[in-house]
Design a protein around this ligand. Sequence first.
Ligand SMILES: Cc1cc2nc3c(=O)[nH]c(=O)nc-3n(C[C@H](O)[C@H](O)[C@H](O)COP(=O)(O)OP(=O)(O)OC[C@H]3O[C@@H](n4cnc5c(N)ncnc54)[C@H](O)[C@@H]3O)c2cc1C
Length: 419
Amino acid sequence: MKVLVLGAGVVGVTSAFYLARQGHEVTVVDRQASPAMETSYGNAGQVSFGFSSPWAAPGIPKKAVKWMFQEHAPLKIQPRMDATMGRFMMQMLGNCNPESYAVNKERMVRVAEHSRACINALRSETGISYEDRQRGLLQLFRTEKQVEAVGKDMKVLEQCGVRHKLLNASEIAAVEPALSRVPGKFVGGLHLPDDQTGDCYLFTNRLAEYCREHLGVTFQFNTDIQRLTRVSGRVESVETSAGSLTADAYVMALGSYSPFLARDLDIRLPIYPVKGYSLTVPVVDDGGAPQSTVMDETFKVAISRFDNRIRVGGTAELASYDLSLAEKRRATIAMVVRDVFPEGGDLERAEFWTGLRPMTPDSTPIIGATRYDNLWLNTGHGTLGWTMSCGSAQLLADLIDGREPSIDPSGLAVSRYAA
Ligand SMILES: Cc1cc2nc3c(=O)[nH]c(=O)nc-3n(C[C@H](O)[C@H](O)[C@H](O)COP(=O)(O)OP(=O)(O)OC[C@H]3O[C@@H](n4cnc5c(N)ncnc54)[C@H](O)[C@@H]3O)c2cc1C
């Protein structure tokens, strides 16, 4: 079957990989000149299956009010709210209760755990490397209150069979030796030894190269997708700046921009672009730098180690599709990396970047069929899109082929919003 994958971010390229592996003739279309030039370019580098939790959690509304008055807060909301942002916030608030949290968490963990198996198999099969490390993640706590609060998350990790260990202040440096240089800063940490780290841009580009060379996938870049046309319950064509493209099946993997193209087909996707920032800092002292990923729970900033670079990512800003680089946000993430790893990197030479997380109000990606026989969605991966990409793409390939899916797909398709 001829399949057009719309979007060459990490979700589109992994979709192409699994579909081509199952024998389909795949073309990937993107407006950029190469893969992973938008949100998949500069993310925080954590492949954190054990960390897959909805942002919409019971305590969040109260915390959000507190964050409004903090200089270095993890969440920022632009004062001028438009209708789309208002609707997203209301829907998200509707998910901040224990029942919805449990449902959403189970769905995310289901996809993330499948992704763990898929990315490990993908690495062995393709042999690609992407400055990856398989050394776990350490969530760091600055207060005893944070340690007490993590008890709830640990119960869920136990139920899901995710390995983890709560460490006290004297044990964290055994996992991340550089923390011995900042004694007294943290009261403890939660270690997830099976999480992974790497550069998502390199992963997506090397996988795209593999797809081209070994699986016959075609990439059509510099092509702006303008509109999808339909005829009797099917997508008929994709209209682009390079003309009309047709296929037997279409996969929409356009990240934060998916709602614009879906709207033409009367599909309402509740995806909002939640802006985040990262700094990429050259390592100057290996012993003072992280060895894998640490997550500073207070500021919700993740710090990951690549070969000779440190990637620091964080901040959730609701500001529509604005991609300007706000110096105030840079100050927050720079402050955190300076505080935790003061000697590890050279902040003067850091690359500053911003991207838009394609966020759904229930934090769960949208994977599966639509009411058009030949249109499939793989989008809305939000905060942990790379982490969930391989499992989502493998599941979608099974669904498109009508095979018994490797995991239960219930609650993942766009139809969950119909009610
Ligand atoms: C600061 C930050 C830190 C993050 N940290 C992590 C992390 O540590 N781990 C993790 O797992 N996830 C993380 N994420 C989330 C993750 O990066 C995203 O979920 C993921 O990259 C989304 O991938 P995607 O392929 O859906 O979207 P994208 O990468 O945005 O890909 C969509 C593609 O569609 C193309 N496109 C869009 N519209 C059109 C059009 N009209 N015509 C043609 N092409 C079009 C774009 O060019 C783009 O290439 C982070 C995100 C941010 C912002």
